[in-house]
Design a protein around this ligand. Structure first.
Ligand code: CA
Ligand code: CA
Length: 490
């Protein structure tokens, strides 16, 4: 079995030029060679901001850039035809496509409805702070540009639990509609975190659940996507995605891969969600991202013994999607917690070159974060190739120091010249004797980051003395493997 790598193929501030689907298709073969097996594409349906919407302000799930709605036919990323062609091209190159599924909220309704609603304390959604009164709610979605094609389902206020705006008085707040309750099995931040933004979809309404399952099956059949990234699941009762995934998997006949975004730094919340949903999906390892963030801002004071402490990949190796940053954590975004650039190569080595977890490479780390003037993460492409071809075999850990830590892989017979050694430091440079295996006795290892210029020679006992510069990482491969990676990437 070859190592798998996932790539998130967008960041928040991409130009709204309608060309992402075409660009992704053009990169398909290059990405496959680099070791990418799965690509997570951004939400493909029309948002309230039309051709400018990143995709999370969902307006019409059935408009994949096909109808003249919200000021354009195409989405930020292109037309429906571009999207379908992109998926086909990626799949032909051997890359599976993960669709971003955003079902928690809707925005950009077509009409206002008069609805009885009460205000709730934004910081404690269990606390009602006003009597019911009539508000103007943007909750009627009849999609005049689509005219009932694919689905004649009309969304009205009964499909939602609450909203953040009274159009009668132009007053913001958290409004809950009369006769509705927040979903019970959601995150307990703010008392109850069912409500996130926009018009909150009522996933306790059976007609809504039926329509979203109908849509899911239509979407999968129409696009041929291979799996799903599920948005904002801590704001949706956990029984919803049990039903939705079960229904889609049954209809498809395959165990479609899915991973969820449950945004919490507390690993116990993540493992509880997995237990409650009987492991129906994997989850993004938010606690590991927060460890990377904390290490990167601690100027060497982070205790590197603890890099994998209290992480999902530490608790449940089968269901962890590890990542360094994403479109929400980048500078200026809602969950900003950007890993400082100096630490990024260390973080990527930690997700790409170890045995456990499915690593996700972020677009902006691979290509650079253009609006913020940040270049690509140094050596990322090389580490992805090292993962794909050489990071195999038994793993030996050396998390035995507050600054300098590392691990080795012994290699296996199925992957020629495989095996590697990784050493990193969040403080001064250092060195460490590590065991790479007796099969390498007398062989030279070289650092693909080329900051540690000298080769090291493995002793008869399978040990070698590896070294690393301060605030850096060195990634050592056997001589032949090193030459292969360097030639492929230059
Ligand atoms: Ca919700
Ligand atoms: Ca340290």
């Amino acid at each position: 079995m070859d190592n798998q790598t996932l790539m998130q193929y967008f960041e928040w501030n991409l130009p709204a030029d309608g060309l992402l689907w075409r660009r992704a298709a053009a990169q398909a073969r290059h990405l496959k060679r680099t070791g990418v097996d799965l690509i997570w594409l951004p939400p493909a349906y029309k948002g309230a901001a039309g051709g400018f919407d990143v995709g999370y302000g969902v307006y019409d799930l059935y408009d994949l850039g096909e109808f003249d709605q919200k000021g354009s036919v195409r989405t930020k990323y292109g037309t429906k035809d571009d999207y379908l062609a992109c998926i086909k091209t990626l799949q032909d190159a051997g890359i599976g496509v993960m669709a971003d599924i955003v079902l928690n909220q809707r925005m950009g309704a077509d009409e206002v409805e008069q609805v009885e609603a009460a205000r709730f304390d934004p910081n404690n959604r269990n606390q009602q702070i006003s009597d019911d009164k009539m508000i103007g709610a943007w909750t009627k979605y009849n999609f005049p540009g689509r005219k009932g094609k694919y689905s004649d389902f009309v969304w009205d206020w009964t499909c939602f639990t609450g909203i953040d705006w009274d159009a009668n008085t132009n007053q913001g707040g958290v409004y809950q509609f009369d006769g509705k309750d927040w979903s019970a099995d959601v995150a307990t931040e703010k008392g109850n975190f069912d409500y996130l933004m926009g018009a909150d979809v009522d996933t306790d309404n059976p007609q809504v659940v039926d329509e979203l399952i109908r849509w899911g099956n239509w979407y999968r059949k129409t696009t041929g996507v291979d799996g799903f990234r599920l948005d904002a699941i801590k704001h949706i009762g956990y029984d919803f995605y049990e039903k939705w995934l079960d229904a889609l998997r049954k209809d498809d006949g395959r165990d479609i891969f899915a991973f969820g975004e449950y945004w919490s730094p507390d690993v116990n919340e993540l493992t509880a969600y997995l237990a409650n949903t009987n492991d129906r999906m994997s989850l993004l390892d938010v606690p590991l991202h927060m460890n990377f963030r904390n290490a990167s801002t601690s100027k060497g004071k982070f205790d590197m013994h603890n890099l994998f402490q209290n992480t999902l990949v530490g608790a449940d190796i089968m269901h962890a999607v590890t990542f360094v940053d994403n479109h929400d954590t980048q500078p200026g975004q809602a969950l900003e917690s950007w890993v400082e650039p100096w630490f990024k190569p260390l973080a990527y080595a930690a997700i790409l070159l170890r045995r456990d977890g499915l690593p996700c490479v972020f677009y902006a780390d691979y290509y650079g974060l253009r609006n913020d003037g940040q270049p690509p993460v140094p050596d990322l492409k090389w580490m992805m190739m090292a993962r794909r071809y050489y990071a195999y075999g038994e793993q030996h850990d050396y998390f035995d120091h507050h600054n300098v830590v590392g691990w080795t892989r012994e290699g296996d017979d199925a992957h020629e010249n495989s095996g590697c050694a990784v050493l990193m430091s969040d403080g001064p440079g250092g060195e460490k004797v590590m065991y790479v295996g007796k099969r390498f006795a007398g062989q030279m290892f070289r650092d693909i980051t080329r900051r540690a210029l000298d080769a090291v020679v493995v002793g008869d006992d399978g040990n070698a003395l590896f070294h690393v510069p301060g605030g850096g990482v060195s990634v050592w491969l056997a001589e032949a493997a090193y030459a292969d990676v360097v030639i492929h990437c230059d």
